[in-house]
Ligand binder design. Structure first.
Ligand SMILES: C[S@@+](CC[C@H](N)C(=O)[O-])C[C@H]1O[C@@H](n2cnc3c(N)ncnc32)[C@H](O)[C@@H]1O
Length: 211
């Protein structure tokens, strides 16, 4: 009887594990479907132009292999390619990446892309001169950038901060805390940092360099 109860317990725990991972897979499929649906239009939802923080600081970025994490429709990665970077973009949405390739062609450059779920992806260590990530908030992923950079490599991250909640309904857990980027990249040399707020939107941006 005791051993039967033991087996029953093991089966219940195994069942819960299976249920949990199935739920996670469904959640990811939902993200993929949601973003593919959003991107299923000829319009570039985030525009065709790169973010100003990237353009303003292009001269200090280390040229070479660049990884655009959560590339979306490619506005930033394509700009980097026009500036001579060798660009690879990652995203869960194949529709977004297809638009990124179209934008690259329109600008007479080529980029490489890969469809990945960034919640599971491992980044190749010691491989990139630049890792760029804009408007994709994943604190755990940000912490992986350091190892993926070559020595002297740089990160550029920009996303909404807590002040954005003054202007839009937005889940606070996706917003950066005050100075949070400085804390996340504290092992690196900070070359640029800003908290931007124009009374319509508010975000933080950083460029930091691995020693
Ligand atoms: C707000 S958009 C930003 C796109 C781009 N970085 C930009 O600034 O234009 C967020 C992007 O994250 C991607 N994304 C969401 N969940 C993801 C996941 N689990 N793995 C990879 N990409 C994901 C979406 O497909 C979308 O392209």
């Amino acid at each position: 009887m005791k051993s039967q109860i033991q087996i029953l317990k093991i089966l219940i725990i195994a069942g819960l594990f299976a249920l949990n991972s199935t739920t996670a897979i469904h959640a990811k499929q939902k993200d993929k479907d949601r973003w593919n649906k959003k991107y299923d239009t000829e319009v570039y939802l985030f525009g065709e132009k790169p973010i100003p923080f990237l353009v303003d600081n292009i001269h200090i970025l280390k040229k070479g292999k660049a990884l655009d994490v959560a590339m979306g429709e490619g506005r930033n990665g394509v700009y980097l390619a026009t500036q001579g970077f060798d660009v690879t973009g990652l995203d869960i949405s194949e529709k977004g990446l297809k638009k990124a390739h179209a934008l690259a062609a329109k600008n007479n450059v080529t980029i490489k892309t890969k469809v990945v779920d960034l919640e599971k992806a491992e980044l190749e260590p010691n491989s990139y001169d630049l890792i760029l990530c804009t408007y994709y908030m994943d604190r755990g992923l940000y912490k992986k950038f350091y190892d993926a950079l070559k020595p002297g490599g740089m990160v550029l991250v920009e996303t909404y901060n807590i002040d954005y909640l003054k202007y839009r309904r937005f889940n606070a857990k996706w917003a950066l805390e005050i100075n949070e980027l400085l804390d996340i990249f504290k092992g690196m040399r900070v070359l640029r940092y800003q908290d931007y707020d124009d009374a319509r939107e508010a975000y933080s941006s950083i460029i930091a360099q691995k020693p």
